[in-house]
Design a protein around this ligand. Sequence first.
Ligand code: GLU
Length: 414
Amino acid sequence: MLEASHHYFNEAADALDLSDQIREILLTPRRVLKVEVVTEDDEGKLLHFTGFRTQHTDVRGPYKGGLRYHPHMDEDHATALANLMTWKTAIVGVPFGGAKGGINCDPRQMSRQELDRVTRAFVKGMSGMLGPTLDIPAPDVNTNAEVMGWIMDEYSQSNGFSPGVVTGKPVDLFGSLGRDEATGRGVMYAMREALKDQGKSIAEVTVAMQGFGNVGTHAARLIAELGGKIIAVADHLGAVENQEGLDVPALIAWTAEHGTVNGFPGGAPFEGADVITWPADVLIPAALEEAITGDNAGDVRASLIVEGANGPTTPRADEILRDRGVLTVPDILANAGGVTVSYFEWAQNIQQFRWELDRVNDELEKVIVRAYADVRTVAKEKSLDMRTAAFVLAIQRVGRAAKARWPIRETVRL
Ligand code: GLU
């Protein structure tokens, strides 16, 4: 995954003609933490995991990015995803740098109490690294508002009342209205803007979706509310399709009860891997990385891909899709709604002032529409695809901030 994020960075760096040294400075994380997380399970036996936090760059503001709890979590993932956060925060213009982390545990095998203890042990392990002006975590895969609430509590116990240390908190504990659905809402706005480029609207398209977690459920609901047809959904346990369009609220209710879309009576089951090549106008990968690869990219039938997940497309797949004329809205633009509303939450926390939901959604829409237009302008001016253009814009913004902060004499074309 690190290789892929470096590949995309380097394509943009080529377009900007950056020197090797500048590339290395921009790519190298400022700090990488690996920490033992040791606590007890509910029976009093030892629980032992490894926690990671990569702080990539803070030139544009405090480090910012989610915490992922997943058995595959490792230093490479943390670093690759932290890199993506740096470019993502720059594209939407929120005053943060990039970070990412997590624990190599499987929350599905753990009780709430165990998760709470593991989270608190991890926060202790990150002591000195976190803070409202230092590094601000948020939810990611398999973490949620409840976990963020525990982080705020644990941090506040030694640092005093600090709601701004973490975003994506419960609304009852200084979380922002609209944060929970923000990534999915941002995906919907990005898709709407891309469809405009194709002369279409959400109401006239069909959508296939991989992943039905926080991002997928909210994106699907909002798209369906605008008349788009969600015709195929796959998660890691099963898949369901309905050519007439799935009843999304019913599918969300089913998934909440059963933990999977599998068995949903409002559609027919199919082999989950086929969702990537499903005959739909739009494909939304909203699960994990490397979903679209050199093996299946040639068979993708959608003409638009909106990346809800981080890193769902491998470089080989990206090349195939470009050659085939498939328009991809890259992760660092398409799923930036989450960190955008994280910024709104942080701003509300610092000001001790709550925004109405309409304000959150209106401001989010403005940010994503502007970011899409900015990337589109770079793409047109430099004849680049949307992903490379997004990286170019982000590198320029981070690079210019770095030049303004540090006495860099070298002439850098930024
Ligand atoms: N984990 C989310 C992402 O990948 C949100 C990060 C945040 O809000 O800081 O963008």
